[in-house]
Ligand binder design. Sequence first.
Ligand code: Z5A
Length: 213
Amino acid sequence: MTGKFIVIEGLEGAGKTTAIRTVATILNQNNICDLQFTREPGGTPIAEALRNIIKNGLDHEPLTDKAELLMLYAARIQLIDNVIKPALKAGRWVIGDRHDLSTQAYQGGGRQLDKVFIETLKTQVLGDFKPDLTLYLDVEPQIGLMRARSRGELDRIEQQSLPFFERIRDRYLALAQQDSTIAVIDATKSIDDVTMQIQTILTSWLATQVITL
Ligand code: Z5A
């Protein structure tokens, strides 16, 4: 009896926080109540310390793109080995706020780091571990950034220019086309509409799963 790993992805301001609540509600309605929530980077003490450096830097030392990538994978494997895999093994379902697709989109698309370099690292660190289902909330960067920036101060990544976020969105969409476990949700719509889209996708996906409760 193992749990499933569902991930919510998207640009900042796409509505991941609301979507996570919606997913949890739908799972509860299907009698899946033993849930573990994670966020990336983060979710363990070491991974949270790395998150702080990735988001805010440290002592004005420039953080190189490659070091950022390595920290993301260090944080991810801490979370996978210490939290996600034990939870799945215990039959708990895991709902992740971001996972590896973020790295493919932000570091691969946004930072334009070498594809082979990222792929090699991913294979070495993660092996064949991947989410059972990813819900990608697709939003134009202008809309997402407007929503997110109304909240106040910007972190290291949020301070990037619009073309950076456009490259990320392009990469997300390209990757979603190649992977049937990634569902694209139109997140430019109202919160009610986005909730309906999630309900439809998740309900039909659940119907295809062999679930032992
Ligand atoms: N990052 C990376 O580069 N590489 C990686 O591998 C990983 C991460 C894993 C994490 O920061 C940063 O790390 C992130 C990517 C990078 N940086 N950026 N940029 P974070 O966790 O602090 O930030 P985030 O993941 O982008 O979260 P967010 O900005 O809070 O986005 P959100 O959760 O999607 O937004 P929200 O809080 O759900 O919604 C924002 C506002 O919009 C809120 O007021 C909502 O009420 C409103 N909203 C939401 N949906 C709607 C709709 N449909 N209509 C109208 N208004 C809406």
